[in-house]
Design a protein around this ligand. Sequence first.
Ligand code: HEC
Ligand code: HEC
Length: 180
Amino acid sequence: MLLLGAGPHAALADSIADKVEVCTRCHGQVGKPTDKSIPVIWGQQAGYIYIQLRDFKRGDRKNEIMQRIASGFEKDDMLAIAQYFSQKPWPDLGQPRSPKDVAERALSAEHSVGCTGCHLDHFQGDSTVPRLAGQSHEYLTKTMNDFRTRARGNNPGMTDLMLATPPDDITALAQYLAGL
Ligand code: HEC
Ligand code: HEC
């Protein structure tokens, strides 16, 4: 009985290990991306990872590489891959804490928008809301500006918030969040 039960689970585990092999090339062997502009996905919220893979596949979030990769996955694969990465430990990218003036600017932008209302007190995220704390500095800058210009168009709510946030505040927020 036990052995019979183990079969399909072992097979599923194998196929997930095969499917995530390719990810390490960019998102890193131990969760540290190979390039500073590539986001951390180890320890990211499962619901959020799933939605991004779905949006890349649909073309709602545009990125040639990720679209090509996600197009090969069905919903069940995406859910399993999201679970897999969410259970890994978040890597320490060793990014410096932001200086006091930058932190003050970021926190004042945070207070006026209320980022932590959704991203939570330590910017750890939950469910479909992503963790931002300790995310790659370059990537945070890029993706917030992508929301602003609608190059990233998969969440109109975040676009509206970024349009209401002055560019200098976005710069400060990226530096502050990366250093958390
Ligand atoms: C050739 C490099 C490359 C490979 C291989 C790759 N990715 Fe990515 N991935 C990227 C880049 C670059 C981005 C950022 C895209 C952007 O700026 O919008 C990204 C973004 C993502 C995001 C969104 C993260 C966020 O914070 O919004 C997820 C989730 C993701 N990748 C998952 C995966 C998974 C799962 C695999 C393997 C099945 C994989 N990626 C393979 C380069 C890659
Ligand atoms: C009303 C809720 C809400 C508020 C307020 C909010 N966010 Fe978000 N944010 C989200 C959601 C949901 C997503 C995921 C969007 C998606 O699925 O692509 C997101 C995505 C992001 C991302 C992309 C992360 C990644 O890995 O690609 C960044 C960066 C971000 N938010 C920064 C901020 C900042 C900075 C503030 C405050 C100035 C803020 N958000 C306020 C809900 C919110």
